[in-house]
Design a protein around this ligand. Structure first.
Ligand SMILES: Nc1ncnc2c1ncn2[C@@H]1O[C@H](COP(=O)(O)OP(=O)(O)O)[C@@H](O)[C@H]1O
Ligand SMILES: [Mg+2]
Length: 290
C-alpha cells in the first residue's frame, strides 16, 4: 500500500544530506503553493530544527508515536504557509523500538497517514528518513512511500560509498519508484573535476538509477548561514537580496558569494523532481488505462 504523492528521502549514512534535501524541497514547493506535509522520522529531529521548531516544545516525537501505537489522529505543526510538519524527537526512538518488538506490519505506519491525508489533502508528503539500516521506522516508510529520492555526496571523496549505495538500491525490497539520485556538496570551482565526478556517478549508477542533471554545489558557509538565520535557503537568499550595498561593502553584513547559486540550484532541482514525478504519474495512469 503506497501513499499517493509521497516522496521518501533516504538511503545513506548520517551527513549524506537527506535532511537538507527533504527540507529545502519542502520549503520551495510550499512557497510555490503546493500543500506539503514533511514527516520527520529521525529521532535527531534535524528536519524539525531546520524548519525552525524546537522539538521539545512540540511533543518531541510524541505525535507520530501516539498515532501509530494508540491510533490517535496525527497532530501536525504548522511551520510555514502550506507547510505542516510531523515533529520528531526522543519519542521517535521509543516508537522505533516498539515497532521492532511488536513486529507491526507496514500498514500500522501507513494508516494514520492515509487518515490524515483524507482530511488535509496534501499535494505532497515528504518523509525524511534516519540513517540507513538503523530503524524499522525507515523500513516502513520505504514500504509506504510512492517515490524515492536519494542524495549522494560520496562522488567526490568516496567512490566506495557510491558502490555501496548502488548495491543498496539494487536490493530495494519495496515497490517504491526511484526518482533518481541527487549529487550534493560537489565542488563548483573546477568544472573538469565536476564533470568527472558526474561521469563517475553516472557510470557507477548505470542501470540502477538516473542522476539528476542539477548538482548541488559545495557551499557550506552559505548553508550554515541560512541555518543560523533559521531560514530555508531560498528565504535566506531573498532576505540577502534586501541587504544594502553599503552595509555589504562596510562588512556589517557578510553574504556568501555563492548563496544565490546554491539557492538557484535547489530551485532547478525542485523543478526537475516535479518533472520526473509528472512523468511517472503519466506512465502510471497510462498503465491503469491500458
Ligand atoms: N551545499 C552544501 N555544501 C556543503 N555542506 C553542506 C551543504 N548542504 C548541507 N551541508 C552540510 O552537510 C551536512 C548534511 O547534513 P544532513 O542533511 O542533516 O544529512 P543527513 O540527514 O543525511 O544526516 C550538514 O552538516 C550540512 O551543514
Ligand atoms: Mg537527517
Amino acid at each position: 500500500m503506497s501513499i499517493k504523492n509521497s516522496v521518501v528521502v533516504g538511503i545513506g549514512k548520517g551527513g549524506s544530506c537527506k535532511t537538507t534535501l527533504a527540507t529545502q524541497l519542502a520549503g520551495i514547493w510550499s512557497s510555490e503553493g503546493k500543500k506539503i506535509l514533511l514527516a520527520d522520522l529521525d529521532m535527531q529531529a534535524s528536519a524539525t530544527k531546520v524548519v525552525g521548531l524546537d522539538p521539545n516544545q512540540h511533543g518531541d516525537g510524541r505525535h507520530l508515536m501516539d498515532a501509530i501505537m494508540y491510533g490517535d489522529d496525527i497532530a501536525t505543526v504548522k511551520a510555514r504557509d502550506n507547510l505542516d510538519i510531523i515533529v520528531a524527537g526522543r519519542h521517535t526512538k521509543t516508537l522505533s523500538n516498539h515497532l521492532v518488538t511488536a513486529q507491526s506490519p507496514a500498514e500500522a505506519f501507513a494508516v494514520p497517514f492515509e487518515k490524515l491525508n483524507a482530511i488535509a489533502r496534501y499535494d505532497r508528503i515528504i518523509f525524511d528518513l534516519p540513517p540507513s539500516g538503523s530503524s524499522r521506522l525507515a523500513d516502513m516508510a520505504m514500504q509506504t512511500g510512492q517515490y524515492l529520492l536519494v542524495p549522494t555526496s560520496s562522488g567526490v571523496d568516496n567512490i566506495e560509498g557510491l558502490r555501496v549505495l548502488a548495491g543498496e538500491l539494487e536490493q530495494l525490497n519495496s515497490d517504491i519508484l526511484l526518482l533518481g539520485v541527487v549529487m550534493m556538496k560537489i565542488g563548483a570551482g573546477a568544472s573538469r573535476k565536476r564533470l568527472e565526478t558526474q561521469q563517475q556517478v553516472t557510470e557507477i549508477l548505470a542501470g540502477v538509477a538516473d542522476p539528476f542533471q542539477t548538482v548541488i554545489r559545495e557551499a557550506g558557509a552559505a548553508y550554515d548561514d541560512s541555518r543560523k538565520a533559521n531560514l530555508f535557503l531560498h528565504e535566506y537568499a531573498e532576505w540577502a537580496s534586501t541587504v544594502s550595498i553599503s552595509n555589504q561593502i562596510r562588512g556589517r553584513i557578510k553574504i556568501p558569494g555563492n548563496l544565490k547559486d546554491l539557492a538557484r540550484e535547489f530551485y532547478e532541482l525542485a523543478d526537475e523532481v516535479d518533472d520526473r514525478i509528472a512523468l511517472a504519474e503519466q506512465l502510471l495512469t497510462g498503465e491503469t488505462a491500458a
